[in-house]
Design a binder for this molecule. Structure first.
Ligand SMILES: [Zn+2]
Length: 670
């Protein structure tokens, strides 16, 4: 394990809290130590309060902050002496603990202190670091894990048997730690959970974490259980995969159970394929998570196989049994209400791994966690067998109010405008103009967006996980099939389609129009949409909330102008195609509506030359031409895109085959 401490960087920080932030971020950078909000750190500081009195404060990581990106504001200052007194109580309920932590903070704006605050307080060291190190839990999660940990560390660590995190864990440590601590102690191992290190300085505590985790890695190496990657080598990505339509069916079935659409993301890598094809997969994957707090993201177990109906029905019924058993004797004695019983991870011999989430962010987090879990399970298997905690312990964490609060907090922060959360839209001709504006409007409403364009810039238009740019010539049917396949494997389905790609060649009268130019316009503005509609139909039919299509028409459909024969004819034919699609696909709960924009000048079609030529054609100035409508208003790409997005939403849920002008009012159309 690499020690990332950099003395030059560290010297930039001249106070205890800033150094705390610095070394916490070093821990957060290493995914084999902590993942997505896991782990926590603290520092004890003496500070003067407003009355000039010295106070001992514990600055502890606030709930909802991630070590990788934490800042000083991510730490909550809590009165240390009060925390030490709390650690001596026999019982403290979750509600009482949360209340005590909150009411003993000295900064009203600070985040809620970590659920491990009391534990941090009672360890008598200035800096305390806690991680869920992959290497350490690979060793603790085995049948004779405790003996192995003892043989690796001797007196360097105090070993704490597994108990539920929160007050019980603090209470147990308050009792065991003082009894077992020695002069050599530099850390503490929590069985089936993780590891603590501590020291007088940020560097000492961090160095010790690296030292202790490195010792665990060395042990795994000696046991030939560290480099499990070698077992992936024989896996071929060329082997048969499940089909894109099968993924869409799976998503449809899961969404139907949940009553809301979800994202499915396929992770087909040598690692996931090798794991899904492991000869003991039905045993090793059905034990439980590597560390209990993963359960709120991953559920206790992954689903095996992707058989429609049977795989999911079995999973649900097993989950119901797990819930019924767990809810009989919950840790806090309270009545529990079952959470959704659907899997977050699917392992399949052909597909590798598929993760599920309400958003792509959630599905990504699940994937990250399980990629680490796979290696932990394989290492523990090398040591003789992975052994997770009993179901009741996992249940107690999954149904722990304080864990559920974490999940609610993170889903709130990621939701944004949520009209289309869990849904997927595809936009063609998306690199500029109306297409790009549609991408923006759909992303703003929470959809995952696949953007197609012939220009390669489309691939790097946005760097965000809910965006996938594909360079694609829409007149090439094979390229469309490939783009749809990528869409399905990346996001799990297709709910909305915006047919936007098109070209507008300069004014050309019919007698001068070559058949070649005519065909090129037809190819892009019409034929490509026939291909896309026909290839997208099976997926749109499986959209949980019904498929929605917007065809970008033109004012030229109801009111053509001279000099644009090919363009006007292609758009008129597209409009007719949309009307027939509405007739044919209404029974599939797919609705298709057409927008007729006019005079949208912030698009790639309207080069300054074309604009000038059209203005001249009508004998107007460019400015007058731009606002040449009844409302005397300019129509922007964003105006069109916002309407297109709204037409995919609930406001238009009962509208299909409509043609809506967005042109500021045009007397020729009226
Ligand atoms: Zn922990």
């Amino acid at each position: 394990m690499q020690n990332l401490w950099n003395e030059h960087d560290a010297q930039a920080f001249d106070n205890d809290l800033d150094l705390r932030v610095y070394s916490s971020r070093l821990l957060g950078q290493d995914k084999s130590l902590v993942l997505h909000g896991g782990g926590n750190t603290s520092v004890k500081i003496k500070q003067e309060n407003i009355l000039g009195e010295k106070e001992s404060l514990l600055y502890v990581k606030g709930s909802g902050w991630d070590l990788e990106t934490i800042e000083a504001e991510g730490y909550a200052p809590v009165k240390l002496n009060h925390l030490l007194k709390l650690s001596q109580l026999d019982v403290l309920s979750d509600a009482q603990m949360v209340n005590e932590l909150k009411t003993n903070m000295t900064l009203a704006s600070a985040p809620g202190p970590s659920v491990e605050t009391i534990l941090h307080a009672l360890l008598p060291y200035k800096y305390v670091d806690h991680t869920h190190s992959d290497a350490v839990v690979s060793i603790t999660n085995t049948a004779n894990g405790k003996e192995r940990i003892q043989s690796i560390y001797g007196n360097k660590v105090v070993i704490i048997p597994y108990v539920m995190p929160g007050f019980d864990l603090s209470r147990l440590c308050a009792e065991l730690f003082p009894k077992e601590v020695t002069n050599e102690t530099i850390g503490m191992v929590l069985m089936n959970h993780g590891i603590f290190s501590f020291g007088d300085s940020a560097k000492e505590s961090y160095d010790r974490m690296i030292e202790l985790v490195s010792m665990a890695e060395d042990y795994l190496d000696q046991q030939r259980a560290l480099e499990v990657e070698s077992s992936y080598i024989n896996t071929s990505l060329e082997s048969e995969d499940i089909s894109a339509i099968h993924i869409a069916r799976l998503r449809n079935e899961i969404s139907a159970h949940l009553h809301y659409p979800v994202i499915l993301q396929q992770q087909r890598t040598p690692q996931t394929l090798a794991f899904a094809n492991h000869p003991q997969i039905t045993h090793i994957s059905q034990q439980g998570p590597a560390t209990p707090d993963h359960v709120i993201r991953t559920k206790q177990l992954p689903m095996l196989g992707t058989e429609l109906n049977s795989s999911i029905d079995n999973y649900i019924s097993n989950y119901q049994s797990y819930f019924t058993a767990g809810a009989k004797t919950p840790h806090d004695g309270q009545k529990k209400t079952m959470l959704d019983p659907l899997p977050r991870i699917i392992l399949d011999k052909k597909a590798g791994m598929i993760t599920m989430g309400k958003s792509i962010k959630d599905a990504d987090i699940v994937a990250d966690i399980y990629q680490h879990t796979i290696d932990i399970i394989l290492r523990a298997t090398q040591l003789g067998g992975f052994q997770a905690l009993p179901s009741q312990d996992i249940f107690d964490v999954e149904y722990w109010e304080l864990e559920q609060a974490k999940l609610k907090k993170s889903s709130k922060s990621s939701a944004g405008s949520s009209d289309f959360s869990g849904e997927i839209a595809l936009v063609t001709g998306a690199v500029t103009g109306i297409g790009k504006a549609c991408v923006d409007s759909l992303l703003t409403r929470g959809a995952c967006v696949v953007a197609l364009d012939i220009l390669p810039e489309i691939e790097s238009l946005y760097q965000r996980s809910d965006y996938l740019g594909i360079c694609c010539d829409v007149t090439d049917e094979d390229a469309i099939i490939e783009a749809l396949d990528k869409t399905l494997r990346h996001f799990g389905g297709l709910d909305m389609l915006i047919l936007n790609a098109g070209i507008f060649p300069g004014g050309c009268r019919i007698e001068e129009l070559s058949l070649k130019d005519w065909r090129r316009v037809m190819d892009i503005n019409l034929d490509a949409n026939v291909s896309l509609l026909s290839k997208a139909h099976p997926f749109l039919k499986l959209a949980p909330n019904g498929g929605r299509i917007i065809a970008m028409g033109s004012k030229n459909v109801p009111a053509p102008g001279p000099g644009a024969a090919a363009y006007s004819s292609a758009k008129a034919a597209l409009n007719q195609l949309a009307r027939v699609a509405a007739l044919e696909w209404g029974k599939d709960n797919i609705r298709i509506n057409t927008l007729h924009p006019n005079a949208v000048f912030d698009t790639a079609i309207w080069t300054p030359e074309v604009l000038a030529a059209r203005a001249e054609h009508y004998g107007m100035t460019i400015e007058a031409y731009k606002t040449n409508n009844l409302l005397k208003t300019e129509i922007t790409s964003k105006d069109v895109a916002e309407l297109a997005a709204e037409m995919c939403g609930s406001l238009f849920a009962k509208t299909t085959a409509a043609q809506i002008p967005i042109d500021g009012g045009n007397d020729r159309v009226i």
